[in-house]
Ligand binder design. Structure first.
Ligand code: HEM
Length: 404
């Protein structure tokens, strides 16, 4: 088969698992031969940087998933949750809720969170130090965002271990095929998490000034924009969404950066010799191994992508990972360069839905990697990494290392 025929035959629905470990050659082949690719189900798959940016910025593109979610979730708790989440809404709802949620990410709140991140990381590193050999994902990368989001929402210590399970069950329900048992478990997770948050919110309403450092609950409960507040449902469901949005993505950023550096020892040495490179290292990791590889939009009108018209009503897969390796945007894109500058990577999306946690995610990435490299200069692999089988999220289930 020629490259063009192979590109035309590509079908996203059978792409998962077999290609999750290294989808990049296929993304490249699509970008070069069929950049506005039509899948067998009529949806489109975009791989050029300019096209992905256009799909995120075009006013005729929708993120609203109410119609898609109804047959799958009925009227249950998963439907309420996912259709109230900021990311699956269009203006004017999206605009209003985003302004109100911004109270959690003001420069002041972020400045309060940075020492929280440092404290959590110092504690985790001390534990790792005592262990010698460890597995980075479970023991480090996932532990950090859970602690940070728990601090943001004021979740007490004895309930924090529940959050990761909730997040997996609620996000797992978004997979294309979900069993009845998994749907029921996802619904249970939304309900339990709702109850936990309602109790925390009630306590914070009684005692608005009782927040610990880094907590954002008061700002979300009492914050007003143009005389309006988040409704009780918006408040609870978007707090749940903050956990889901900032959990696996941040853990993947940390795991992927370690893997990237282990795969490019010259770059690891550069970083070990010059800690100031941490900022551009994290940007390069976001570009090279984007934690969220594929976003989605629905075209509400006909839109031209290059010389291909995507008709109104089409579902679009926007391949951030392919865009971030487009040679028209990045010199030598398949090569890791931890001092790359400029680096206009779009791992956090772009346009009105650009990641609200991007500054926090960057802080977590920089502090987690910077301190880790400093503490463990003898870092080496210690067994086969286990890549997560989902193509949409790039990350590891296990990444064993040795530091002695
Ligand atoms: C560090 C790794 C992270 C990556 C790679 C990432 C990636 C993204 C991307 C690509 C989007 C846009 C989705 C779209 O346009 O459809 C997004 C949205 C969002 N992210 Fe992140 N994220 C990260 C961390 C975080 C953190 C730590 C938080 C908060 C605690 C967060 C909160 C959000 C929110 C609230 C949105 C929705 C914004 C909107 O729809 O207006 N993210 N993220």
């Amino acid at each position: 088969m020629s490259d063009l025929e192979t590109a035309k035959a590509f079908d996203l629905s059978v792409f998962d698992k077999a290609n999750a470990h290294d989808p990049f050659p296929i993304y490249r082949m699509l970008r070069e031969n069929d950049p506005v690719h039509r899948n067998a189900d009529g949806s489109y798959f975009l791989t050029r940087y300019d096209d992905v940016v256009l799909s995120f910025k075009h006013p005729g593109m929708s993120s609203d998933k109410k119609v898609n979610f109804k047959p799958k979730f009925g009227d249950g708790p998963l439907y309420t949750h996912h259709t109230t989440s900021l990311v699956f809404n269009d203006p004017p709802i999206h605009t209003r809720v985003r302004k109100l949620l911004a109270a959690a990410f003001t420069p002041r709140k972020l400045a309060e969170l940075e020492p929280v991140v440092e404290r959590v990381i110092d504690g985790l590193l001390d534990k790792l130090d005592a262990m010698g050999d460890f597995e980075i994902i479970e023991d480090y990368a996932l532990a950090l965002p859970t602690q940070v989001i728990s601090d943001m929402l004021g979740v007490p210590d004895d309930q924090r271990h529940l959050l990761r399970g909730y997040s997996n069950l609620i996000l797992g329900a978004l997979d294309p095929v979900v069993s009845a048992d998994d749907l029921a478990a996802g619904e249970g997770a939304v309900l339990e998490f709702e109850t936990m948050l309602e109790e925390l919110i009630a306590k914070r309403r009684e005692n608005p000034d009782g927040s610990q450092m880094g907590e954002v609950l008061s700002a979300l409960i009492f914050g007003e924009v143009d005389g309006e507040r988040l409704t009780p449902v918006e408040l609870v469901q978007n707090c749940i969404f903050l956990l889901n949005a900032g959990h696996e993505t941040t853990a993947n950023l940390i795991g992927n950066t370690i893997d990237m550096l282990l795969g490019a020892p010259d770059q690891l040495h550069r970083l070990q010799n010059d800690g100031d490179l941490i900022r551009t290292t994290i940007e390069e990791s976001l570009r090279y191994l984007s934690p969220l590889q594929i976003g989605n939009r629905k075209a509400m009108e006909d839109v031209m992508f290059g010389d291909v018209m995507i008709p109104a009503g089409s579902f679009i897969h926007c391949c951030i990972a392919a865009a971030n390796r487009d040679p028209l945007q990045f010199d030598d894109p398949e090569h890791v360069d931890i001092s790359r500058n400029p680096n206009r990577q779009i791992a956090f999306g772009i346009g009105k839905h650009i990641c609200m946690g991007n500054t926090l995610g960057r802080i977590e990435g920089r502090v987690a990697i910077g301190k880790f490299i400093e503490r463990f200069p003898e870092l080496r692999r210690n067994g086969e990494p286990q890549q997560s089988p989902r193509v949409r999220f790039r990350g590891f289930d296990k990444l064993p290392v040795s530091v002695v």
